[in-house]
Design a protein around this ligand. Structure first.
Ligand code: FES
Ligand SMILES: [Fe+2]
Length: 367
């Protein structure tokens, strides 16, 4: 017999059917981070992005190129070839491709056969990131780039990282909109016991596809990750957090800190921002890029190192947790539907939006 009453189970199943999950088609008409800029060089870099094998390299003048990583001749991965000048030469029979994906030379014959072309993807390099548009190139409007000015602003000291997640990108987005988990999953890193029950406000902008959660934890004691760099250790402090899904590729967490003993506007600015850059590799694998920044102690390399190392420990806890969920569900097809909490309001709205977008795009591709 089911532990869940039938009426509840059926209602939960109906609600869950509207939510994006690992079975939802991947959204391709969006800018996603393909790589951290220093990863792309004159050596071809293979990376599966939104279920497309892609090869990235740089031309002689430094401009980056993204091509489909499959030779038009016999599907040899072009990433196993060589960059010569601005071209990529296949390592199997030597077909030569330009940065636009057209084959310009076949060594064994005088003519290039018609149709010898691979996809070339729109790319934008800004700050520390290379963004790719894996969908319809006619829709690749640079104005849709979700990158924010602070991400390449000298007023913010940044560090970057690339993680890999053996779980769906939807789970990562949901994790980022649900910060009640800080008190538990991150109990040994940057969570505090009072975090989960602190009051919060949800802001849903369905038309723009933006979903945010604002939470103030005050008074609280800051964990070392924030107490050390802000100098607010051992005192009552406020931790003011906004967590925002801004696009299928970008989620920004912005945090301000101040000591409760002084009015907020009488204190030095101490803010941090983290761009969580989410690029599906496949339905159940995700590239997880991070750009973390602060607007104080800009020249202090030791603070950069300390915060980077502490944050990575915390984000690895997310990776481990989400992978545990994905692994469990992969081997458990006859499971019960999930039951949601009030704190899931923003993530449920985001998942409904993501599912509608993905299904509309899949439909337009099919048509
Ligand atoms: S597979 Fe690339 S040239 Fe033959
Ligand atoms: Fe987390």
């Amino acid at each position: 017999m089911s532990a869940m009453p039938d009426r509840i189970r059926q209602a939960a199943q109906r609600a869950q059917a509207d939510l994006a999950d690992e079975t939802t088609p991947l959204l391709r008409n969006a800018w996603y981070v393909a790589a951290l800029a220093p990863e792309v060089s004159r050596q071809p870099l293979a990376r599966r992005l939104v279920d497309i094998p892609v090869v990235l390299y740089r031309r002689e003048d430094g401009r980056a190129v993204a091509l489909e990583d499959r030779c038009a001749h016999r599907s040899f991965p072009l990433s196993r070839g060589q960059v010569v000048g601005d071209n990529l030469v296949c390592g199997y029979h030597g077909a030569c491709y330009g940065a636009d994906g057209r084959c310009t030379r076949v060594p064994s014959q005088a003519q290039v056969p018609p149709g010898a072309v691979v996809r070339s993807f729109p790319l934008i390099e800004t700050g520390a990131l290379l963004w790719i548009w894996p969908g319809d190139p006619a829709l690749a409007d640079p104005a849709l780039l979700p990158a924010q000015p602070w991400m390449s602003d000298a007023g913010w000291a940044s560090s970057t990282e690339r993680l890999h997640l053996r779980a769906s990108h939807v789970r990562l987005h949901e994790n980022l909109l649900d910060l009640t988990h800080l008190s538990f999953l991150h109990a040994n890193s940057f969570g505090t016991p009072d975090y989960a029950s602190a009051p919060f406000e949800t802001v849903l902008d369905e038309a723009a596809g933006r979903f945010s959660l604002h939470r103030t934890v005050s008074p609280t004691r800051l964990p070392p990750l924030w107490a050390v760099p802000t100098g607010l250790g051992g005192v009552d402090a406020a931790r003011v957090v906004s967590s925002s899904f801004l696009s299928p590729a970008l989620h920004v967490v912005a945090v301000k800190f101040y000591a409760c003993a002084l009015p907020e506007d009488a204190q030095p600015a101490r803010a941090i921002r983290t761009a969580h850059l989410v690029t599906p590799e496949s339905a159940t694998r995700t590239h997880y890029f991070i750009q973390h920044a602060r607007n104080f102690a800009l020249d202090d390399a030791e603070i950069t190192r300390f915060m980077h190392q502490q944050l990575l420990q915390a984000f690895q806890e997310d990776v481990d947790g989400l992978e545990a969920i994905e692994t469990l569900l992969a081997g458990y097809p006859a499971r019960q539907p999930e039951i949601s909490f009030h704190a899931d309001k923003a993530s449920l709205a985001m998942r409904r939006w993501l599912k509608r977008q993905a299904e509309a795009e899949a439909l337009s591709r099919a048509g």
